[in-house]
Write a protein that binds this ligand. Structure first.
Ligand code: NAD
Length: 268
């Protein structure tokens, strides 16, 4: 399929994991992709690897730290200048840090807020300005997380950034809709990436056990959501939050012995 033939796509935090998967999928469907990552070496090698797989130069590395609003604006503007515009942007860069609330420090707080929130906010601002100036419709996607809507222990800083991103999608959908730009959030649940396997070698099995579908999320599940929201079919979807968690967040805790419930099943 070549649904995105000739489209110009910019993805942040894409040297590995979900962002890399999204870049790959857009490029396979004919898009030109700007692949951003904080780690310049990773960005260059990821872009090179994708171009080799494609047998074409459709992915370009745009290394830089999205927490610096000037850096991210320069990257977006360079990309839009080189490609003659920008059609689709995924503000995906995000960092995670487990830290009990009582041990949190201002330094850690600022770094997570700056990458996840400031980075997302000013990536979208720079992109929206270029889309509006070009007078063409655009698609903006933001990566949230399921812990932005259900609480998870020792994740307070990360979770509040991801909750804020869901509200940001709604606010920006309202402000940018009249320019033909839609803004939607994607909310992954536990998703198997190189990073999470480093953190927990049994991640796949552990999350399969507690997920309603009986399996962990894979990068391709989040990729499918991103491509759908960027596709022509999704043109009237604006300010939505698409949860991709296999139903993990749906369950209410039940008492072990509940007389009004017939034959309680063990839902995953
Ligand atoms: P990852 O850590 O595998 O990849 C993220 C990439 O972002 C890394 O290559 C990193 O170098 C880059 N990055 C970090 N800080 C950056 C910065 N300041 N500027 C530019 N790039 C930067 O992460 P992932 O698991 O693929 O997650 C991607 C997004 O999805 C994140 O926003 C994350 O919060 C979110 N998410 C992931 C999961 C999951 O289970 N994997 C679940 C929910 C949400």
């Amino acid at each position: 399929m070549t649904r995105f033939e000739g489209k110009n796509v910019f993805v942040t935090g894409a040297g590995q994991g979900i962002g890399y998967g999204v870049c790959r999928a857009f490029a396979l469907e004919g898009a030109f992709v700007a692949l951003n990552d904080y780690d310049a070496h990773l960005a260059e090698s990821a872009a090179g690897q994708l171009n080799q797989e494609l047998g074409a130069q459709r992915v370009t590395a745009f290394p830089g730290d999205v927490s610096d609003a000037n850096v991210v604006a320069a990257l977006i503007n360079t990309c839009a200048d080189q490609r003659g515009g920008l059609d689709i942007v995924l503000a995906n860069a995000g960092i995670t840090r487990y830290m009990p609330f009582l041990e949190a420090t201002p330094e850690v707080f600022d770094r997570i807020i700056n990458v996840n929130l400031r980075g997302t906010y000013f990536t979208v601002q720079a992109a929206a300005k270029r889309m509006i100036a070009a007078g063409k419709p655009g698609r903006i996607l933001l990566t949230s997380s399921i812990v932005g809507q259900v609480a998870f222990p020792n994740f307070s800083i990360y979770s509040l950034t991801k909750a804020a991103i869901q509200m940001l999608a709604k606010s920006l959908a309202l402000e940018l809709g009249s320019y033909g730009i839609t803004v939607n959030a994607i909310t992954p649940g536990a998703t198997l990436t190189e990073r999470v396997i480093r953190e927990d070698p049994d991640y796949e099995r552990n999350w399969a056990e507690v997920t309603v579908t009986g399996r962990v999320g894979y990068v391709e599940d989040v990729v499918a959501a991103a491509l759908f929201l960027a596709s022509p079919e999704a043109r009237q979807i604006n300010g939505h939050n698409l949860v991709v968690d296999g139903g993990w967040s749906l369950r209410s805790p039940l008492p072990d012995d509940h007389p009004t419930l017939p034959d309680q099943q063990d839902y995953a």
